[in-house]
Each structure stands twice: as C-alpha cells, then as structure tokens.
Design a protein around this ligand. Sequence first.
Ligand code: 4AD
Ligand code: MG
Length: 447
Amino acid sequence: MPELIRVSDISKYDGQEVVVEGWVYNRTDKGKLAFLLVRDGSGFVQCVAFKGDLDEALFDRISHLPQETSVVITGTVRADKRAPGIPGGYEIGIIDLKIIQLADEDYPMALKEHGVDFALDNRHLWIRMPSQWAILRIRATVISAIQEFLDDNGFIRMDTPILTPAAVEGTTTLFETPYFDEGVAYLAQSGQLYNEANIMAFGKVYCFGPTFRAEKSKTRRHLTEFWMVEPEAAFCDLDGLMELEEQFISHIVQRVLRERKPELLSLGRDLSKLESITPPFPRISYDEAAQMIAEIREASDDQEEKELLAFEWGMDFGAPHETALTQKFDKPVFVYGYPTQVKAFYMEPWPGRPEVCKSADLLAPEGYGEICGGSERMSSHELLLQRIHDHKLPEEAYQWYLDLRRFGSVPHSGFGMGVERTVAWLCGTEHIRETIPFPRTIKRVYP
Ligand code: 4AD
Ligand code: MG
C-alpha cells in the first residue's frame, strides 16, 4: 500500500507512489489530460489524469468531477517547477481515484468573483478557498507562537472569567446579560484586572481567550468578538514592558516566516517587510507623535488628508493618524505617554506630569495601526480609589481590585495584543473579518 501523505509534506515524496485524501477544488480538461487542483487541508496540489494511462470509465469520471467532490487519490509524485499549488512545484500523476461523495453541482462558492456579503453569508464554505485558508493557517501559527514564547519565558497561563461584574475598558462597550438574582453580568472586555490579582500570586501570567466589545465602530479593524492575549508581570515598569513586547512580537513574526512561507507567498505578501521585524522597535512619545502628525499635515497638499489629520494635543489618535505615523517606520513603533484623559482608569500617571500616563500602544507598520495596548498600572491605593470615583465606577465592584494595592502592591505592567489585527498585518489583509474563522461584527452573527 502506498503511504497516505499530507500535501504540505509533498517535497519529501518526489518519485514515490502516494495516497492523498481531499477535495477537488478546481478542474480543467485538455483533451487527453484532466487537471485537478486538490486540497487536503494542509495544501493544494495539482493532480493530472492522462487518458492513455487510465481505463476509459475512470478517465471519464475524473473529467466530470464537480468542484468540492471528496476523493481519495493514488498517484506518483513528480517535481515540476510550473505545477500550481500551495506549496506548489510538485504534481501527482493519477493512478487511481475513488469518489467518497460526488458533490452537488450548485456549489455556491464556485470559482468566480463574489461580493463581500455573499462571501460572508457563505463563510462556512469560503474558508475552503486558498486565500482564506492561508490566512487562517497563519492565524493558527500566530496562536501557537504566542503560547510558545510566553510558556518559554516564565509566564503562567491563567484563564480569566468571561462573565464579569464590571468594566475594564470603559462602560460604553459592554455586552450585558441577565444573571440570575445578581441582576446583570457583562461579557469580558479584557482579563487584565484578574491578571493583576494573578501576578501577585504567580509573578508573570497571561490570559488568552475571546473578548467582547459592543463597539459601535464599523471599521475594517473592529470586531465585536476577538481574541486577545494579555501578558502581565509584577516588578515590571513601562520600559520593561516595551522590551517584553518587542521580543514577543518579533518571535511571532519570525516563527510565521519560518513555518508559513508558502501561505504568505500565496497571499502575495512581501516577505522582506516581515524579515526586518527584529528588536529593538522605535519608541516615540505621544508629544513627538503629535508633532510628527502636525508636520505630515503641514506638508500635505491634499485637502481631504489635511482634514483627516486635524489634531489637537489631548485627542486620541484615529486610524488616519496612526496610518500616517506608521508610514514613517519600517518596524512596529511604540507611542508612549498618552494623555490620561483618553486612556483607561487604571494607568499609572507620568511622574511630575499627571495629565500624561505610563501607557504604550504598539502600532504596526504599513498603515495597520494599533496591535497592542498596554501600560504600567497604578500601584497606589489612594490614587486608584480617587480614579475609580472620577470615572464614576461603582466602588463595590472594584473592592477586590483595590485590595491588591493594600497587600503587597508593587510596580507592575501588562499589555493586550489583538490576534486578528496582528494576523491582518502579517497577511497584508485589508479587512479584519477575514482573520477569524467566523467573524462577529455589529451587522453579523451568521453563520
Ligand atoms: O487597547 P485595548 O483596549 O487594551 C486592553 O484591553 C487592555 N486591558 C489590555 C491589557 O493591557 N491587558 O485592546 C488591546 C488590543 C488592541 O491593541 C487591539 O489589537 C485589540 O486588542 N482590539 C481589538 N481587535 C479587534 N476588534 C476590536 N474591537 C478590538 N479592540 C481592541
Ligand atoms: Mg487600545
């Protein structure tokens, strides 16, 4: 019996007879030859049927296979530079083909252009297409690299709750759910506050799971359900945090380059733009960033751009500001020291400048914008209590969080990285909805 192989490993089997289990993605007929592009989950490979080699009934069946028919193919691997596929460069000469299920002829995602809404309605089928398949394979590697880096660097995984009694990132984006006699609970916006409790027991921790934001923003960067990894460390200040982040991001990028080159190339990604992602990353203060934006705006003779880049000290950066800024750098750039008024309640004030806080956002290059948000956390009980009152947050709900400042408070810091924004940048994908298997946005909960 020939060996059952995965297409991703095909280069190891040149000249050998193998078996592939998969689906017919495309078929082209050229008289005595039929070409099948077959996907097996690990890759796409061209399989060739030659009329002269096969009995007539089999060749005829192959020449009529509808797209998505599930098959088991036996054949001989041959290296051929021109052979399409992912990774490509090899084809299989068909010796035998068994049909598992002959697919219905009316496949909705047939190989032609589809509108975005149609594609999203058929997301359960769209994920079979090479571009979507490649993006989601890269996503899986990003997730694996995240865990690998943190596990190897002394961080302990602590799963934080999804049903929570209070806000972390502002009360306007909370999803509410009825909760028995307690009234309501909210879907977690972040596991950070619990991580702050966890580090006082374990030193360095991370949580990693789905987070929820009832974001009204309908942009190409926002989902209502997304995956965030949140490392947190005790005895760590803002500088320590930025060092950790640049190591972390570089590790993820380099691992994706090592393991997912065929997928990146199939997406047309310029690898040189990723190869240069190594520490250190540039760091600029919010004040410097504001200055740079003012200069870019000054230099622009495009009226529309000038309006989009309008800016005053104290504002948060919008997507156009981030895009303009990141085009000045070929690596991710840290912007630190944002105005206190645009950031969450828990951030440590800048020494001697209470209008600024010890926050740092990491902005990805090529216009992708914020992929990580982090900060040093407030360590004083008195200040934190004051801040909770200023933000009109219910003190009772934060009692346990305040306790952390009474029993062994230490300087500590952490950040959150959005998986989907990171994957969008690595893949060079226009829209974040393609970076998660089944996206959730304000307009979509199906399929
Ligand atoms: O900047 P954010 O809101 O920070 C926090 O939630 C902190 N509590 C994290 C921490 O310090 N532990 O979110 C962090 C990251 C963003 O940089 C972005 O990558 C992603 O989460 N993100 C979103 N991704 C997709 N859709 C949304 N609506 C997102 N909101 C945030
Ligand atoms: Mg943020």
